[in-house]
Design a binder for this molecule. Structure first.
Ligand code: COA
Length: 197
């Protein structure tokens, strides 16, 4: 049975595992790479926001969705806690993430959230992503947000198809990534459990 629920502290390692497993470094899961990836993509969201949801199947976390709706806080925490760590591990990733933090700070005004989503490989294409999107959209709506954005590698076919399918539009390109944008009302309508896709 699939349950979508709010993240809790005990899920932290499972979320980090999926973050690594679904990354370009999945075949190179070293402690250094793990620290770098989770500093870039999961730890801020799980540790400092209340916007994380997980999918659980037979007692196992099989996916997550994370979001940030306070870009001033994101920028402060990234610069003070995570970027210094990433800088020690990979200068290239440091430069890239610094640029991304600046980008969100400039682009995401009040009421706009950015998000990340990953589903473990064996559970993909079964509607888990859609249910997580719906849970996040309901939650952000209750926090008075109106728009969700994300950057997805332009060559990530699964990701790009997924966002287009659920109503995101391709807004612009930035460093090999497509900026996808959707309003919460459109996302809620497209991901609703009773909408046949
Ligand atoms: C992208 C991702 C989050 C989608 O989650 P999901 O649970 O598989 O998605 P759903 O089952 O809700 O939706 C399925 C839709 O996603 C897209 N999709 C999922 N897997 C796909 C694949 N292997 N090839 C092409 N499109 C795919 C399609 O649009 C698909 O609809 P269709 O089956 O009608 O063609 C998941 O595949 C994933 O975690 N991928 C690896 C990590 C990743 O790319 N994350 C996003 C980074 S920006």
């Amino acid at each position: 049975m699939l349950t979508i629920r709010k993240y809790c502290r005990k899920d932290r390692t499972a979320v980090q595992d999926i973050c690594v497993e679904t990354s370009w470094l999945k075949d190179n899961d070293t402690p250094t790479n793990r620290t770098m990836l989770t500093s870039l993509y999961s730890d801020y969201y799980t540790d400092f926001t209340d916007n994380t949801f997980v999918a659980e199947q037979e007692g196992e976390v099989t996916g997550y969705i994370l979001a940030c709706d306070d870009h001033a806080d994101f920028s402060r925490k990234m610069r003070s806690l995570y970027l210094p760590l990433v800088r020690k591990l990979s200068f290239r990733q440091y430069i890239s993430q610094k640029r991304t933090v600046r980008f969100w700070n400039k682009t995401a005004l009040s009421g706009v959230a950015h998000m990340h989503i990953d589903i473990t490989e064996k559970c993909q294409r079964q509607g888990v992503g859609r249910k997580l999107l719906y849970a996040l959209a309901r939650h952000l709506e209750s926090k008075k947000a109106h728009t969700v954005m994300l950057l997805c590698s332009t060559d990530n076919v699964k990701g790009c198809n997924f966002y287009k399918k659920y109503g995101f539009t391709e807004h612009s390109e930035h460093w090999g990534c497509t900026l996808f944008v959707v309003t919460l009302s459109k996302l809620l309508a497209n991901c609703k459990p009773d909408v046949v896709q």
